[in-house]
Every structure is written in structure tokens, then in C-alpha cells.
Design a protein around this ligand. Structure first.
Ligand SMILES: Cc1cc2nc3c(=O)[nH]c(=O)nc-3n(C[C@H](O)[C@H](O)[C@H](O)COP(=O)(O)O)c2cc1C
Length: 226
């Protein structure tokens, strides 16, 4: 993120932090809270949320994590850059999540309270953003799925929701990651796990908007994937 954008964002982040402790808290206007209504959480018995391991992958994965998919939504390219580094380091496949109607710069201006993202933030029904595709060729062959997104108002940017609700993650290791100006991962990954209702979701990781390759590969090494 450009310094100019960061400064513009600082006021927003302060408000967000106060409302949700940087994690999409229980505020009725938080994106993550609203997103929960897109699809009810499935039985908790189907979804296991486990802490990030410091050693080898969970049993069921192959020694090196098996086939890796890196699915991500990125409006301005920051999350895409992290996704590309993950894919390169893990020999994974990239799966960009593309809204049918792409977001314009005006849509992404969080200082405009009447633009697209502001309207979507305010109405859960508008957060069900149609995607060009959520169907991954050879889905059953992937053991590990990274799910990437930008933080929007303290929670996961909601265009990622359609991918999470549209796939069965049963038996897969699922690792969220996000980029943001300053907010943390918060509850964004856990909320996506609830939305998905299936899969072995891990805690995940937040990166800055300009994350470097070294910290990403270090994280992958800690996950036993690089
Ligand atoms: C609508 C909108 C809301 C945002 N809300 C936050 C926020 O609450 N906290 C934060 O740290 N950054 C926030 N950001 C900044 C993005 O998270 C950050 O620039 C991110 O790296 C963008 O990723 P992308 O380029 O993959 O879209 C927001 C950006 C937009 C467009």
C-alpha cells in the first residue's frame, strides 16, 4: 500500500480496531458479522479449527503437504503478490477469485460512504458477490488449500465467501492468509471456517500490504510446506 493510502486508512483502522479489536467483532455493521448470514454455520463436528502446527502437516496429508491450491481474492494486487509467492514456494496452483463485476478504484474508496463497498458492507445480501468461477478443476486432488483475501473493515473481504461456501473442504488442510494496512487476522479465518462448515482449518496468517518474500517463505517453512 502506498504511504498516501495508509495515511488515509489510519482513521478507518482506528475506528475498526475500537469496534472489533482488528478482527471483525460482534458489531452489527462489521463485514464478518454480516457475512455469517450468507450461509449458516454447518455442524461444528464437520469443521476442525486447529492451531498452526510448528512441525509436519496433519496426518492425512502427504509428507510435503500434497498438492497445494492457492485460492485468493485480491482487489488491488497485494494479496495476489503473497499468493504468487506461496504458490511458487510450494509448487502450488493459483486460483484467483474474480468478481463478475470487478471493483473499480471508486468502489474501493473507503472514504466514500455511498460507494459499492460501503453499500455491500451495510447489507449482508450484497456481500454475496457473484464470482466468475468457484469450481476448481481437479479439486479432489488437492490436499492443502490456502485461502487469501484482503482485510475489509476488520474482516475478510467478502468476495472470498462464494469460494468458501461453494466447495467441500472435507479432508483438506485449509490455511487462511490475508493482507491489510494494519489490522490483524482477527477472527476472519475462523469466520470463514464457520462459513465453509468443512475442512481442517488452521489459524492462518496476516501479512502487511507489502509483505516480503522472506517472511512468507519463513511462515511456509513453519507450516512444513517449504
Ligand atoms: C474497502 C476497504 C476496506 C479496508 N479495510 C481495512 C481495515 O479494516 N484494516 C486494514 O488494516 N486495512 C484495510 N484495508 C486495506 C487493505 O486490507 C489492504 O490494502 C490490502 O493489502 C489490500 O489487498 P488487495 O490489494 O489484495 O486487495 C481496506 C481496504 C479497502 C479497499
Amino acid at each position: 500500500m502506498k504511504r498516501r493510502d495508509f495515511l488515509k486508512l489510519s482513521g478507518l483502522v482506528v475506528l475498526t480496531a475500537a469496534a472489533s479489536a482488528c478482527g471483525g467483532g460482534a458489531s452489527s455493521s462489521s463485514p464478518a458479522s454480516s457475512a455469517d448470514s450468507v450461509r449458516p454455520a454447518a455442524s461444528s463436528s464437520e469443521t476442525a479449527i486447529v492451531a498452526s502446527p510448528s512441525g509436519l502437516p496433519d496426518s492425512g496429508s502427504t509428507e510435503n503437504g500434497g498438492r497445494v491450491l492457492v485460492a485468493y481474492f485480491s482487489a488491488t494486487g497485494n494479496t495476489a503478490a503473497v499468493a504468487e509467492t506461496i504458490a511458487a514456494a510450494t509448487s502450488g496452483e493459483l486460483f484467483p477469485l474474480e468478481p463478475v463485476t470487478p471493483y473499480t478504484d471508486a468502489d474501493l474508496d473507503y472514504n466514500d460512504s455511498s460507494n459499492r463497498t460501503s453499500r455491500e458492507r451495510a447489507a449482508a445480501s450484497l456481500q454475496n458477490v457473484p464470482l466468475v468461477s468457484t469450481a476448481v478443476e481437479g479439486w479432489d486432488t488437492y490436499d492443502t488449500v490456502f485461502v487469501g483475501y484482503p482485510i475489509w473493515w476488520g474482516g475478510a473481504g467478502w468476495p472470498v465467501n462464494g469460494f468458501v461456501t461453494g466447495n467441500d473442504f472435507t479432508g483438506k488442510r485449509v490455511i487462511p492468509f490475508c493482507t491489510s494496512a494494519s489490522s490483524g487476522l482477527g477472527q476472519s479465518g475462523a469466520r470463514l471456517a464457520d462459513l465453509a462448515g468443512t475442512g481442517n482449518w488452521e489459524e492462518g496468517r496476516r501479512f502487511s500490504s507489502s509483505a516480503g518474500e522472506a517472511e512468507i517463505t519463513q511462515w511456509l517453512a513453519e507450516l512444513g510446506l517449504a
